[in-house]
Write a protein that binds this ligand. Sequence first.
Ligand code: SF4
Ligand code: SF4
Ligand code: FES
Length: 235
Amino acid sequence: MKLTIDILRQKDSASAPYRQKIEYDALPDDTVATLLHQLNAEENLKDVEGNPVGQIHWQCSCLQKKCGACAMRINGVPALACDTKLNTCKRGQLVLEPLKKFPTVRDLIVDRSLMMDNLIAIHNWLEQAAHHTGKAAELCYDASRCLQCGCCLEVCPNFMPGGDFYGAAAFVPAARILSQLEKDHPQALADCYQKNIYSGCGKSLSCHHICPAGIDVEQKLSNANAAAVWKRFFK
Ligand code: SF4
Ligand code: SF4
Ligand code: FES
């Protein structure tokens, strides 16, 4: 298939972004990740204006939908490059852009350390032995599949970088800890949950529909809300 690939590029975090268009013959069953590998392996690749195309910088690791590193905006929608086939492109157009809610490092690479900072800020860790019941084990297993890819934050109308609301990338891992310690969850996590998650979430659930890991995000939100907020009212 003939593709017109439009990439939003940026030399480094301080430079201005620019667009580069490339025409390329690709296989429809290939993924965006395969295409990026192929483009970078081409010698003397030129854009539509005849300018040389330098290495396109992007991140990947597993190429199996397991690490979240390759998240980017693909035709305007946040998704994993290793999980998006070229046959989903309409009219042969493929627009690749970095995630917009994180600072761009170079081309399609963004700095997502904010997500880890937020997990640290809400004290999202275990400090005692956890006891699984059958139901909690299932929920924890699903929550532990979070890739920290950031796609949920990209579509969340309430998440702004540096703001007080931390979004699904925080409440999904928090649901895991809160469910593991259902009877005696850490006070610091419950307090931060109320401030940084519960009070800022508009329940629009765009995060549920976009999650590339297919996590039942809505279930994690309602379980974490129940453990960190509602049970406290009825204690
Ligand atoms: S909840 Fe889903 S979309 Fe959000 S960071 Fe985790 S895996 Fe990515
Ligand atoms: S439910 Fe809506 S407001 Fe809450 S985290 Fe998901 S997208 Fe954001
Ligand atoms: S490279 Fe790991 S999820 Fe795509």
